[in-house]
Design a protein around this ligand. Structure first.
Ligand code: ST9
Ligand code: ZN
Ligand code: ZN
Length: 333
């Protein structure tokens, strides 16, 4: 019999590759979608978001100015808040809930949901739905932060305008039963506003005031607004910078790239060419814990018995793929 090639779409993504990894979520690029022809729908600016985001960034700048007046303990606490909220996004909304790349026990899911509210990036359900359309329809009209529309749009602009109708239309067709079945996700969605008020603003501000007498003012602007703004921008850099600058060792036909700076600031999420090529890999990289605090964290949780079932692309698969579709910059180690 004739040897048959595995079905390969234009991006070089072979559907055969994910077999055996039981990819149940819809995070694989769909090359059958075509953008509608003709003029694009007009851009509708949401002014309230423009005002709030501007104020937030002014508040964060002010936080930088008063940084010298914060006590060392408050600075340490700001780092702790950064890490908890970052993990709520990376280990939580991203690797667990959007991609289902590992499984987590109830206590761990509760911790990640709390951290996620501290990060205030929309509730987990909405975040994961947007993220699945981002992968499935990457860099088209149906991608919420379509990087083809430029750095500013991919970074923050997409949160300041109405969505392209295709994002919503395609998003409505996604299979999201796994999220609906997760009580932690649905609970966080139901009490989202309250959880954000408490976790993103009150807790960061009140803990240093109560425990070591920091002023509420500094507590509000440093571990509060400044820390929140840093986490937001570190996250957005994955959508902007890591879709524009860096090598493409795994698939040169797609725009997402390996970006060291983003990897560092987003605690392991800048290996973005790898991640879009192997979205089910719990480590979002082939190099384990290297520059990847999120992977260390998930590994630690597995060691403690709080997580299990980590999905990983095999070494042979990665090498074969890099050879076949990479830009030649692939190095192991
Ligand atoms: C934020 C999110 O910052 C950041 C996400 C970044 C993702 C990064 C990914 C990179 C990889 C991971 C790396 C992590 C690194 C972390 C490092 C940490 C150090 N499907 O939304 P509406 C429906 S948030 C299906 O109003 P508009 C929706 O349900 C920051 N349906 O759209 C609704 O239906 P119904 C804080 C969808 O009017 C209807 O459509 N938050 C979908 O166009 C209208 O929904 C903000 O700033 C979908 N995908 O408004 C808030 N989407 O009426 C920003 C929507 O039936 N958001 N629907 O309920 C908004 O204000 C608005 O969403 C908007 C669009 C103005 C942007
Ligand atoms: Zn992803
Ligand atoms: Zn991406």
């Amino acid at each position: 019999p004739k040897m048959t090639e595995t079905k390969t779409n234009p991006s070089g993504q072979s559907n055969g590759e994910v077999v055996g990894v039981s990819s149940t979520v819809e995070d694989v690029f769909d090359d059958t979608y075509k953008e509608k022809e003709g003029p694009k729908p007009p851009r509708k600016i949401v002014w309230i978001n423009v005002v709030l985001m501007t104020l937030l960034h002014i508040g964060a700048l002010y936080g930088v100015i008063i940084l010298p007046s914060a006590s060392v303990l408050t600075l340490g606490w700001s780092v702790v808040c950064f890490l908890i909220s970052a993990l709520g996004v990376t280990a939580g909304a991203h690797r667990l809930w959007s991609h289902r790349s590992y499984k987590a026990s109830l206590p761990l899911r509760v911790f990640l949901a709390v951290g996620n509210s501290m990060a205030f990036q929309n509730d987990i359900f909405e975040w994961a739905r947007d993220h699945r359309v981002h992968h499935k329809y990457s860099e088209t009209d149906a991608d919420p932060h379509n990087a083809v529309r430029g750095f500013f749009f991919a970074h923050i602009g997409w949160l300041l305008v109405r969505k392209h109708p295709d994002v919503i239309e395609k998003g409505r067709r996604l299979e999201l039963n796994d999220l609906k079945a997760d009580k932690v996700v649905m609970f966080q969605r139901k009490y989202y506003r309250l959880s954000v008020l408490v976790m993103c603003f009150l807790v960061p501000m009140l803990v240093p005031w109560y425990l070591w007498g920091e002023s509420l003012w500094v507590g509000y602007f440093v571990p509060g607004l400044l820390r929140y703004t840093i986490v937001l921008n570190a996250t957005w850099l994955v959508n902007s910078a890591a879709h524009m600058w860096g090598n493409r060792p795994y698939d040169q036909s797609i725009n997402p790239r390996e970006n060291k700076f983003v990897t560092f600031s987003a605690i392991g999420e800048g290996f973005h060419n790898y991640h879009h090529t192997f979205p089910y890999d719990y480590s979002t990289s082939e190099f384990g814990c290297k520059l990847n605090l999120t992977t260390c964290f998930i590994d630690l949780m597995c060691f403690l018995g709080l997580a299990w079932d980590r999905k990983k692309a095999s070494r042979e698969l990665i090498l074969a793929r890099a050879q076949r579709t990479g830009d030649g910059s692939h190095r192991s180690g």
